[in-house]
Design a protein around this ligand. Structure first.
Ligand SMILES: [Ca+2]
Ligand SMILES: [Ca+2]
Length: 85
């Protein structure tokens, strides 16, 4: 188990509704077109208390959570950048 994490290994996405409640976007962190959603049952349900979106480690559904909750970070590869691995 990773230090500071408990339970499921949930992962943060860049989606958030920080700037406008209920309007989830990848801005300002990335310009990813949002063409589909995968909200879990009754999500999003947090109003202004939950403005960041995490992926559930069990069923891969999305939920809004407080932005200071402890989840694993998501790494994004931007297609327009030439990565040299
Ligand atoms: Ca919210
Ligand atoms: Ca929620």
């Amino acid at each position: 188990m990773l230090s500071g994490f408990s339970g499921d290994l949930d992962v943060w996405t860049v989606l958030n509704d920080i700037s406008e409640e209920g309007s989830f976007t990848s801005q300002p962190y990335a310009a990813i077109p949002q063409t589909w959603t995968n909200w879990g049952s009754n999500q999003p349900d947090g109003g202004r208390d939950e403005n960041c979106v995490a992926v559930d480690g069990d069923d891969f559904t999305w939920r809004d959570d407080p932005c200071d909750a402890k989840h694993l970070p998501l790494c994004i590869l931007i297609p327009s950048i030439n990565y040299d691995f």
